[in-house]
Each structure stands twice: as structure tokens, then as C-alpha cells.
Design a protein around this ligand. Structure first.
Ligand code: ATP
Length: 294
């Protein structure tokens, strides 16, 4: 579904250039539910905005389904945003209309496109657990319920892919669990590809695959150790490392990112010695330089 290779995004302001993505590789399969984690400023939102067609990449390649987002025309982009992507933000509910019911809010974007599908709107609200509240006005619903209405709305155009930027950022942990359950239901029922961007490790721990971004590059992948576990058993317990195995990402050119804390613990900066003993690759402080210092 998603293929990014060597993706670069440079923001230019008057006298400054910020390289937000510096050659990022990412592959997401059709129908996958995965998460992207990273510290503030690592490039997560930049990546999501590019995937959503809200921002244009500077270089590299990015394909979503049949679309080449580097070469896409303005006209095709409108179609792409309307038909392929659904978006959820942390404060999505802010954009809802308080004096309309949940159902009317879901139908509103359909109405703007000229075709209301009431049965599907009801189905969406049922999927997000609001079957009993669909005729309530928005202002009569809690923040978490409003966020669930926002999820239903993001699916009103029947997208193939859902992009969620910190979707549980402003809700309590019970609602956060509920939202993750909804994502799993939608993933299962609709075969929807879902990419969640978050810095919440416990949220990330609830999906099978997590990709970590550091300084605009994919650095580590976490894969669930036992994918056969029943949802209720396996999800939501402990942190990411408890249920996932971590792998360093090695790109086609053989590059990988060594965590800064490992390098500083060994006093490695600029250069390192690398040996291969037949089984392991060992990175150490430069041997020659150590000798020189004596
Ligand atoms: N419009 C912009 N103009 C200039 N620089 C930008 C712009 N948008 C983002 N950046 C910079 O690009 C880098 C990546 O930002 P991005 O918002 O993608 O990070 P993030 O991982 O989503 O962070 P957060 O978790 O805080 O939202 C940061 O250094 C940021 O300051």
C-alpha cells in the first residue's frame, strides 16, 4: 500500500533549511495496522502529511497504492485525498458541528459530495460504538465520544487508508483503549490499512509492527513476538519491548543508525572501528586513535 524510498523533506524558511526527512524508507502492506513512533521533531507528522497529500516531498519516492505522490498533479491530488485517505488528528472533534446530531455530522461530508448513504453512516457509528447515541447532538457527547464520531467521519468517503496523528492524545486511557479496539475492528471488517503516529509507547505496543523514526530516518522496527496471541491476551500489556522484538533497520545501501546513547557510552564520534568475526559485526572506538592517544 505504502512504499517510501529515500524520502526527503526540506522546509525552507527565509534564512534557514530544516531537513525533516533525510532519506526515509518505509513499506506498509495492504490491510496492515501499524504504528510509527518517534520523539518530538523526528519527522512523524511530516511523513504523515506527505502520505495524506497535505504536503509535497522534496525528493525520493513515495507511492500509495497506484499513486506516485511525487509526480501527482493537483487535479489527481484532489481525487487522491477524497478517495484514498482518511485523516484523524488529536483534536479532530473541534471541527465537528455541535448543534447537529452524531449521525448528521457523519452525513455532512457525504452531503457536500452530493450523495448521502444513511445505512453506511449508521454502520460507521455502530462500528465506533455509538449505536445508541447517534441521534444525540454533538454537544451532548463526551470528548471521547466526539473523537469516535470524528473517526466515523474520516471513513465517510470509504478510504482505503486511515492516517491517525496522535489519535488518543487528548483522551483518557479507557477511551484510548476503546479507540485502539475500534481501529482493530475497522482493520478487520474493512481491510483498512491504518497508520498511527504516536509518541505513546503503550499505544504503539498494541499493534503488530512499530517503526521508530529518529532524525528523519527509520531507525528501528519492533515486531510482535507472538502474533498468534488472542487480542485480549496479547494487546495492551506492558511496554513495547515486552511483547515486541526490536530490529535495527538496515537500508539497501547497508546503512543503519546506531543509537546516540550507545555511541556516547563508548565515546565514538565521527569514526568507529568495525570488525566482522564471522558471526557478529563489532563496532568499537577507533583502535588507531586509541593507540595514538597513549
Ligand atoms: N512548516 C515547517 N517549516 C519549517 N520547519 C518545519 C515545518 N514543519 C516541521 N518542521 C520541522 O521539521 C522537523 C520535523 O517536524 P515534525 O512535525 O514532522 O516532527 P514530529 O515528529 O511530528 O514532532 P511532534 O511529535 O512534536 O509533532 C522539526 O525540526 C520541525 O521543526
Amino acid at each position: 500500500m505504502i512504499e517510501c524510498e529515500g524520502l526527503v523533506k526540506i522546509y525552507k524558511t527565509d534564512d534557514l533549511e530544516v531537513v525533516a526527512l533525510q532519506g526515509l524508507n518505509l513499506s506498509v502492506k495492504d490491510g496492515e495496522l501499524m504504528a510509527i513512533i518517534g520523539n518530538s521533531g523526528s519527522g512523524k507528522s511530516t511523513l504523515l502529511n506527505i502520505l495524506g497529500g497535505l504536503d509535497h516531498p522534496s525528493a525520493g519516492s513515495v507511492h500509495v497504492g497506484p499513486w506516485d505522490l511525487l509526480k501527482i498533479t493537483e487535479e489527481q491530488l484532489v481525487k487522491y485525498k477524497r478517495e484514498t485517505v482518511g485523516f484523524i488528528w488529536q483534536n479532530n472533534a473541534r471541527n465537528l458541528l455541535p448543534y447537529l446530531s452524531a449521525l448528521e455530522n457523519v452525513e455532512m461530508p457525504m452531503m457536500l459530495r452530493g450523495k448521502v448513504d444513511r445505512a453506511y453512516s449508521r454502520q460507521l457509528l455502530e462500528w465506533v460504538g455509538l449505536k445508541e447515541r447517534m441521534n444525540n447532538k454533538l454537544h451532548q457527547l463526551s470528548g471521547g465520544e466526539q473523537q469516535r464520531v470524528a473517526i466515523a467521519i474520516s471513513l465517510s468517503n470509504r478510504p482505503q487508508m486511515l492516517l491517525a496523528d496522535e489519535p488518543t492524545g487528548s483522551v483518557d486511557s479507557r477511551t484510548s483503549d476503546m479507540i485502539m479496539d475500534i481501529f482493530r475492528t475497522l482493520n478487520r471488517e474493512l481491510g483498512l490499512t491504518i497508520v498511527i503516529v504516536t509518541h505513546d509507547l503503550s499505544l504503539a505496543g498494541k499493534v503488530d509492527r512499530v517503526v521508530a523514526i529518529r532524525d528523519g530516518l527509520t531507525s528501528t522496527e519492533f515486531l510482535r513476538r507472538n502474533t498468534h496471541l488472542d487480542d485480549a491476551e496479547g494487546f495492551g500489556k506492558g511496554g513495547l519491548q515486552e511483547v515486541h522484538e526490536a530490529y535495527a533497520v538496515v537500508d539497501r545501501a547497508g546503512r543503519l543508525q546506531v543509537p546516540k546513547e550507545y555511541l556516547s557510552a563508548l565515546g565514538i564520534a565521527g569514526k568507529a572501528s568495525m570488525e566482522f568475526d564471522g558471526e557478529r559485526i563489532i563496532i568499537t572506538k577507533p583502535k588507531l586513535l586509541e593507540g595514538e592517544q597513549k
